[in-house]
Write a protein that binds this ligand. Structure first.
Ligand SMILES: NC(=O)c1ccc[n+]([C@@H]2O[C@H](COP(=O)([O-])OP(=O)(O)OC[C@H]3O[C@@H](n4cnc5c(N)ncnc54)[C@H](OP(=O)(O)O)[C@@H]3O)[C@@H](O)[C@H]2O)c1
Length: 448
């Protein structure tokens, strides 16, 4: 192999799960990466919090980020530490110092991506921030760039997908499945970002910036997590040919983009329905391509490091050609806002609803009256007597309320025809106000 024309010097802030894999892969695949880029990528220094921790990593380490940020010989700062505001400060400093910046940090980008984009005169790479090892950013930014993107639907969070898979396949309840995810290291001790849907929302917003130029923050879109999904919801889904997945959805309607993250009943025949365990997948519908689906490992050291290094390789290639760090042509965000976000209450969907109510005469009429007052029509209806305490009876499908020896409450499971979020939320308020309804009804949106 001939001598590479140049060297690209990088500093990595964070040598944890992803950072240490980046170092290892750059060493293991050094020759082939150099052959592909014509530039040798050299890790000058890594930054950690605790220098006393035992680690296999052989690169020089420091606990002082300034030794990377202000080192003039370093061309690219790679941020793999996690968090939100400190990484944002690091990104700004790196860009201000004329360095390229690469990150896997979706939480920081969900809030600060456009601020960084507006100041960047050097490349910013963030392939690893969405779906770990799946090159979905590049697919949207480059491969599909001739298309108008009509819809994106993604299983963007492996932890939630693992939990929902276990609930569906092994009949576990949410708490059991979460506990197992924690035991296996798939869920953090505080799992809220994953199970409440915000991690998926961060990623959805990054994708929506590329597809549509959406500048919103996570709080501005509809986000619901999976913690209320119960075994009877899964049973209902199975009975009617659906499975439940936490989906991030972006859909274009004229000049509006609908953005939402929530547990979703999807047709069990769809490709996304077969994505199990911690795997991720994204379906993109383009006006030229139709649907294309991208599947793979959404997390883990090596898959995520593969995406980090793909950004480094893209930077190295352009560096090799131009001998400089080119302005942020790599970024790929649409910077002119062309679309507005569909207001949450105007989003339309079919809904599944679970209502726990007194099992007595007249309750069903009151419930249907509230639905009909909100112009919601029912497509499917099931009623299951709530399993009474101290009996072995199993829930079964029955057709009416009332009768002798009935348990004292019943679960009413129904699916609606398409209606608006406003109508469904008003109906929930109305139902909750009924004395005979025991708790806030649970909804799951149905995506055709
Ligand atoms: N893990 C994945 O599968 C995955 C997938 C996609 C994206 N990501 C993203 O990648 C980033 C890194 O994740 P990770 O799982 O590799 O994290 P991690 O294993 O917790 O590693 C974090 C690293 O950053 C260092 N660090 C943390 N705070 C620091 C500070 N204030 N100053 C200096 N160093 C500091 C830690 O130092 P010590 O080693 O001394 O503790 C550690 O080396 C996150 O943004 C995450 O969201 C991760």
């Amino acid at each position: 192999m001939g001598k590479p024309a140049r060297e690209l010097h990088i500093g990595i802030i964070g040598i944890g799960v992803v950072g240490s894999s980046v170092v290892e892969i750059l060493q293991k695949n050094r020759e082939l990466i150099t052959a592909r880029t014509g530039v040798e990528i050299i890790v000058k220094r890594g930054v950690v919090r605790d220098l006393n921790k035992a680690r296999a990593c052989t690169i020089p380490l420091t606990d002082n980020v300034d030794e990377v940020l202000y080192d003039e010989s370093i061309d690219v700062v790679v941020e793999l530490m996690g968090g939100r505001e400190l990484p944002y400060q690091i990104a700004k400093t790196a860009l201000a110092q004329g360095k390229a910046f690469v990150t896997a940090n979706k939480a920081m980008l969900a809030y600060h991506r456009y601020e960084l984009a507006s100041m960047a005169k050097t490349p910013i790479g963030f392939e690893a921030s969405v779906c770990g090892g799946i090159p979905i950013i590049n697919a949207l930014k480059v491969g599909l760039s001739a298309n108008e993107i009509l819809a994106i639907r993604g299983i963007l969070n492996g932890t939630s997908n693992y939990i929902l898979t276990k609930m569906a396949q092994d009949g576990w309840d949410f708490a059991q499945a979460l506990q197992q995810a924690q035991n296996l290291g798939y869920a953090e001790a505080n799992p809220s970002l994953d199970i409440d849907g915000y991690d998926a929302a961060h990623k959805l917003l990054i994708l929506a910036s590329i597809a549509y130029g959406i500048k919103a923050a996570p709080e501005e879109i509809l986000v619901e997590g999976i913690s209320e999904v119960a075994p009877e919801d899964i049973e209902f889904a199975k009975e009617f040919g659906y499975c439940i997945k936490l989906l991030g959805i972006a859909k274009k309607h004229g000049n509006e983009i609908e953005l939402r993250v929530h547990p979703t009943m999807i047709d069990e025949e769809k490709l996304l329905a077969d994505v199990d365990g911690v795997m991720n997948a994204v379906s993109v519908v383009g006006d030229c391509t139709g649907e294309s689906v991208y599947y793979g490992a959404g997390a883990g050291g090596n898959p995520t490091a593969s995406s980090v290094i793909s950004d480094l390789i893209a930077i190295a290639r352009s560096y090799h050609i131009s001998q400089s760090l080119q302005p942020s042509a790599m970024l790929g965000f649409i910077t002119e806002q062309q679309y507005s976000i569909t207001p949450k209450e105007q989003i339309k969907s079919k809904y599944y609803m679970r209502i726990l109510a007194d099992d007595k005469h007249g309750v069903l009429e009151k419930i249907t009256a509230i639905l009909s007052k909100n112009a919601i029509s029912i497509s499917t209806f099931l009623q299951k007597p709530q399993k009474p305490a101290h009996t072995d009876s199993t829930p079964s499908q029955i057709s009416s309320i009332g009768g002798l020896n009935q348990p004292e409450c019943a679960k009413i499971l129904l699916a609606t025809h398409e209606t608006s979020e406003l109508a469904i939320q008003n109906a929930i308020k109305g139902l909750q106000a009924l004395e005979s309804v025991r708790q806030r009804p649970v909804i799951i949106r149905i995506e055709e």
